[in-house]
Design a protein around this ligand. Structure first.
Ligand code: IMP
Length: 427
């Protein structure tokens, strides 16, 4: 199995950081294809907790190659900050490669992200305000500035100045905001440029060469299926393609290169930001899950909305990503309840809905239809083999397999690397 895609099967924050780290230990190369530092991965290893936003989790293994793919939007200043953070902890970034075709995020993107959110008022999306949407807007408008543009310092500077002029008009005339300081922006970006240039490469060529040579390539997921600009809960989505299809475009590999797609799903559901969420729990059970699962955003610190597992979403994610195996995370967090519920369908004003609706107005009308299962003891984090799990926890997993028609290949029972139950060869 040479190329494995990890994809978030819900609204992001499925615990992909840890699973990526686990899969990274078996990979030769780890690739990110989409998004930017809106993502937040927490990886706990050797008693140290690493928070990563741009750099693939494979960086924690010195011998692995780590790639920021062409589909990403990269904030050069944030990337240098993350490299510094890792280096201070003794982690080498020598094996970090940045696609020459990736787009760059600048201060004006961050400003515009915040201002457009403010202008939306109550209808705001709840973005991370990292400038991701505005940077993808520039890319699609074909005025984006790419990593390869950094090569020629003067031409790079001219492109930035051109865009600052455009953005400052927007900032001042449309939003009545102060303009971006050209000198300050150029100074911080040029300092970052020096640090980043040695890492720039034609990463599509690197990835394809690795796959052809039979090396193991892991495409780590960011965000999640329902945050996909096409397939997610539009407009409450990110501006890229975090689904499996996005990996091929965002890394410069063909679909035939992918062998396996693992969907990562929490044993329950969470969501950051706005938009309908059928299984959301507004009661003490929701708060208990939030507290026990430390459900607060890695990037923004915002409390995550919590609810029971939604099978309609899982089946949808399986379909649109071509998921071949599931990884169920946080099974330990769901322990300690007398009963646990799984949503198997929605009741939309008397109509039974089994396929995830496109219209948010429809989704907002959907009430979950639950199957209630017996709960299990909260302390399962020491268990390493599936048969050792409490019977009720195994029944919960079996229920999910039957509901989705997808095998659960992996179960995570804690934040640590070792708190993982593997049921087959994933990679
Ligand atoms: P943006 O990606 O910052 O534009 O935010 C758009 C939506 O995606 C917001 O609801 C964010 O909270 C959500 N989002 C973006 N990245 C992540 C992530 O890594 N995990 C969870 N939600 C995310």
């Amino acid at each position: 199995m040479a190329a494995l895609v990890l994809v978030g099967a819900q609204w992001g924050d499925e615990g992909k950081g840890k699973i990526t780290d686990f899969a990274s230990s078996r990979a030769d190369m780890v690739v990110r294809s989409m998004g930017g530092n809106n993502a937040g991965h927490t990886v706990e290893t050797g008693g140290v907790c690493y928070k990563l936003h741009l750099i693939p989790s494979g960086i924690l293994y010195p011998e692995k190659q780590n790639i920021l793919g062409n589909g990403m939007v990269i904030d050069p200043v944030a990337l240098v900050g993350e490299m510094d953070y890792l280096q201070k902890q003794g982690i080498s970034v020598d094996n970090l490669f940045i696609s020459d075709r990736a787009h760059l995020v600048f201060a004006y993107h961050r400003e515009l992200d915040g201002l457009s959110e403010e202008a939306r008022g109550a209808g705001d999306i709840g973005t991370t305000k990292k400038g991701i949407g505005p940077a993808y807007m520039d890319k699609m408008e074909r005025i984006g500035i790419r990593v390869c543009d950094m090569t020629d310092r003067d031409a790079f500077s001219a492109l930035i100045k051109r865009n600052i002029a455009i953005k400052n008009t927007l900032l001042t005339e449309l939003y009545g905001h102060v303009p971006v300081d050209e000198e300050a922006l150029l100074a911080e970006v040029m300092a970052a440029r020096e640090r980043l240039l040695p890492h720039v490469a034609d990463t599509s060529a690197m990835i394809n060469t690795a796959i052809r040579a039979g090396r193991k390539v892991l495409f780590e997921g960011a965000q999640g299926t329902l945050l996909d600009i096409d397939l997610g809960t539009y407009p409450y989505v990110t501006s890229s393609y975090p689904t499996a299809g996005g990996v091929t475009i965002g890394s410069g590999v063909g679909p035939t290169a992918i062998d396996r797609v693992m969907g990562v799903a929490k044993a329950y559901t969470t969501r950051v930001g706005k938009g309908p969420f059928p299984t959301e729990l507004h009661d003490e059970t929701g708060q208990a899950i939030r507290d026990k699962g430390h459900e607060y955003g890695t990037t923004t610190g915002r409390p995550r909305r919590c609810g029971w597992l939604d099978g309609v979403i899982l089946r949808y994610a399986a379909r649109v990503n071509g998921i071949t195996g599931l990884c169920l995370t946080r099974l330990d967090t769901l322990g300690g309840f007398d009963t646990v519920k799984v949503c198997t369908a929605y009741d939309m004003e008397g109509i039974s809905v089994t396929d995830f609706p496109a219209r948010l107005k429809d989704l907002a009308k959907c009430a979950p239809v639950y199957t209630e299962l017996k709960g299990w003891t909260s302390d399962i984090s020491h268990i390493r083999d599936f048969d050792g799990l409490p019977r009720e926890a195994k029944e919960y997993v079996a229920f999910i397999e039957e509901m989705t028609g997808i095998p659960v290949d992996m179960v995570s029972v804690g934040a640590g690397r070792e708190e993982t139950i593997l049921r087959g060869d994933i990679f």
